[in-house]
Design a protein around this ligand. Structure first.
Ligand code: HEM
Length: 137
């Protein structure tokens, strides 16, 4: 009889465990990442501290590549097809203040999209090491 109890308890435990969603899923998948990217572009466009960096940028291409990158690094079904962070940002003289401004916008947009704090922090942790390639030296 005891083995039956153990079996039933094991099955109940197994069934109640839902798999942890990937960061990509926590960001809302394709639609969520599109909304985050659009929100970020809106904030950049309205921020006089940093918008000048994008004066000569093909915004549609930038939008597509940023969404691709966010999708790929969060474990989504995408392949980033843009340039390396170092080559893409060389010559723009991006400062720590510029970087902080953009990251601040990203956090605001994720808040607006009701992304959990845990997912926000996971994404920020993946982006943080890129700072050394993006900022000017
Ligand atoms: C978390 C930090 C950042 C990420 C993940 C990121 C990501 C990207 C990506 C994916 C691209 C497209 C690459 C390509 O053209 O092949 C790009 C381009 C660009 N980024 Fe960033 N970026 C970041 C921070 C910044 C900051 C702080 C600025 C300035 C305020 C900036 C300014 C630009 C500009 C101006 C371009 C377009 C370059 C061009 O027109 O060729 N980025 N970035």
């Amino acid at each position: 009889m005891r083995w039956l109890t153990v079996l039933v308890l094991t099955l109940i435990t197994a069934c109640s465990q839902t798999p942890t969603p990937s960061l990509y899923q926590q960001l809302g998948g394709d639609a969520g990442i599109s909304a985050i990217t659009d929100g970020l572009l809106y904030e950049i466009e309205h921020d006089n501290r940093i918008v000048h960096h994008f004066a000569d940028t093909d915004i549609e291409r930038f939008r597509r590549l940023l969404a691709e990158q966010l999708c790929e690094i969060s474990g989504g079904p995408c392949t980033y097809t843009g340039g390396s962070m170092a080559e893409s940002h060389t010559g723009f003289n991006i400062t720590l203040a510029d970087y902080d401004a953009l990251v601040g916008h990203l956090i605001k947009v994720m808040q607006q999209q009701h992304i959990s704090i845990s997912a926000q922090n996971q994404l920020l942790a993946l982006l943080a090491p890129m700072y050394k390639d993006i900022s000017y030296r």
